[in-house]
Design a binder for this molecule. Structure first.
Ligand code: NDP
Ligand code: 8X3
Length: 256
């Protein structure tokens, strides 16, 4: 097992759900954190909470992964001590709407593609050259079972997660000679803010997604991310798929 103590871990979308759970889980292992998201007051609050609980350093800043120039300048202007990033968790992402393709709003498509695909590419593009130079690094993408299967009313969200899957696999080939690991963690139903965002703040609709079963939590996913990040140097976990035990796949769910 590789110790995560004193590693530098960069997490996008750390204000909520899986990203926030990952921040706490890595801090518990003694890693120092670079955490970012769009909500600056929330990310600062989380940073303060982590500093109070664990003896680790936390660098927090506002970042919208859709902004290519800001992503690059934020990474390039990191203080020297924060530059040698060991692990990147590409987590920032969202679904907007659950509609038949022909009834959907193309604005939703732009937001999902810009965040889930282009945002992940921009952040990776900004951080990977340093990893290549140092001949060391691990990129862990938060994909989804929506990257393995398509489901009704999810054409574009599923397309973005299929893209994450393809990017993960290609990147692993492109960096195989650079001592860089590339992995993906692909969960099914995880109860976070995800469905609230998907349904434009409609709490009732969001709750119904998880009705009649016990969904995964952000902490369950963070647990898998920690497993993946802490394997010995010779071992890469290329992919982990996680499902709630009452979920068979993206469309078959048993509810009581
Ligand atoms: P949450 O809504 O709880 O968290 C999403 C996080 O992403 C927030 O911290 C949000 O922060 C951040 N974010 C959204 N847009 C941007 C942006 N443009 N730039 C930077 N940060 C952004 O959802 P989850 O924790 O569930 O989602 C995290 C990831 O997990 C996503 O990639 C999602 O697709 C994936 N996933 C989720 C599943 C689920 O069932 N919940 C299952 C499978 C995968 P802020 O608003 O402050 O910017
Ligand atoms: C998020 C979960 O069920 O929409 O990726 O695929 S789901």
């Amino acid at each position: 097992m590789t110790s995560l103590g004193n590693k530098i871990v960069f997490i996008t979308g750390a204000t909520s759900g899986i990203g926030k759970s990952c921040a706490y889980a890595f801090a518990k292992e003694g890693a120092h954190l670079i955490i970012s998201a769009r909500r600056i007051s929330l990310i600062n609050e989380i940073a303060e909470g982590i500093r109070k609980t664990y003896n680790v350093k936390v660098h927090a800043f506002e970042l919208d992964v859709r902004n290519k120039n800001k992503v690059l300048s934020a990474v390039n202007s990191l203080p020297e001590e924060w530059k040698p990033i060991d692990i990147l968790i590409n987590n920032a992402g969202l679904a907007k709407g659950l509609n038949k393709f022909y009834e959907d709003d193309p604005e939703n498509w732009d937001e999902m593609i810009d965040t889930n695909v282009k945002g992940l590419l921009y952040v990776t593009h900004a951080i990977l050259p340093g990893m290549i130079e140092r001949k060391s690094g691990h990129i862990i993408n938060i994909g989804s079972i929506a990257g393995h299967e398509a489901y009704p009313k999810g054409a574009v969200y599923c397309a973005t997660k299929h893209a994450v899957d393809a990017i993960t696999r290609s990147l692993r080939m492109d960096t195989v000679d650079k001592n860089i690991k590339v992995s993906t963690i692909d969960p099914g139903l995880v109860e976070t803010n995800f469905s609230r965002i998907r349904f434009g703040g409609d709490d009732e609709k969001a709750k119904n997604v998880y009705k009649g079963l016990t969904p995964l939590t952000g902490d369950d996913v963070a647990d898998a991310v920690i497993y993946c990040a802490s394997r010995p140097a010779h071992m890469n976990v290329s992919e982990i798929t996680l499902l709630a035990s009452r979920q068979a796949n993206a469309t078959v769910v048993h509810r009581e």
